[in-house]
Design a binder for this molecule. Sequence first.
Ligand SMILES: *Cc1c(COP(=O)(O)O)cnc(C)c1O
Length: 382
Amino acid sequence: MKKNIKIETKVIHLGGHPDPVTGSIMPPIHQTSTYVQSSPGKHQGYEYTRSHNPTRTRLEECLAGIENAKYCIATSSGMAAVTLIVHSIPKGQTILCGDDVYGGTNRLLNNVFDKHYDSHFIDTTDLKLVEASLKKHKPYLLWIETPTNPLLKISDIAKISKLCKKHKTILVVDNTFMSPIFQNPIDLGADIVVHSLTKYINGHSDVVGGAMMMNSKKLYDDIWYLQNSIGPSQSPFDSWLVLRGIKTLAIRMKAHEEGAKEIVKYLQKHKKVEKLIYPGLKDHPQYKIAKAQMSGFGGMISFYIKGGIKESRKFLSKLKFFKLAESLGGVESLANHPAIMTHASVPLAMRKKLGISDNLIRLSVGIENVEDLKKDLEQAFK
Ligand SMILES: *Cc1c(COP(=O)(O)O)cnc(C)c1O
């Protein structure tokens, strides 16, 4: 059944069978640490909640299904998912990573895992550079984010996946920004897809969580072994909240995108905007790839305000509906100053090289009335 149904139906029904004991249409929260066995080793598939939990299993079924993957592991945060994947690499191996990834991923590779692995950061929008780096560094794993955070650069997943297969490198795609509604990296050849559930998938800014989906049983077994050994499994209650939030993922993503498109139109004409970045703009350098591999352009917008830190600060502290906060993908609109907030842990030289400057502002467009959002931006510009 999974293959023949559309994603709008999947988010509501996968993992959502009625409770066999009571008929309850909503899944029970199995808030338990352990499970009673009838004789030693005789149980119903559940022994201890760090290893498995029925509410988490339902969430994993749903998440695997919406990324067209066989397996899923749900973790206590997006970074826990990143950690488990990186930790599954044999010691001494090399990691190739996009140069404009989530600040926390950059920090993990540069400041924590640097004792175990060599990491190289490259612009993965440049396919020649990707191929040359695969040849030169022979990485065990290539980590990409597309669109990137915060500069919304697009990498060609299908082409990169072909290069990775040729060089026997595992391709991981962090798909947090698009969500499974607008992009499905497994279908394009990725080996593992990663999500921060904290963002669009849960969508209500009340859970921190992560997940990874894959088709390889070996990758699943190896990484699940680490999750069970190290311990960052998603809790039953947070699994339940995500199962609840995910039901509206499809309509939320459409609303986020609709709002973002209107705000892009407004910002395009604004005299206080120096430069606007949105994958759906025809002058975006990778517009064609975006259009081909994504079924929507999403709800994230970045722009450079005219001026510097003073103008950015003034604008951001005047916003009312756009809350000044880290994170993204919730129903409420958020504004962020990457250089001071989300990307402060990225070394200054790298920030400069990438263009994460003091006048860069990132918006996560929520699903409020877009006229109210435009008015809010206008009064803050003034
Ligand atoms: C937030 C985020 C993460 C990390 O997820 P947490 O749930 O905050 O640990 C990873 N990648 C991207 C693209 C993110 O936006």
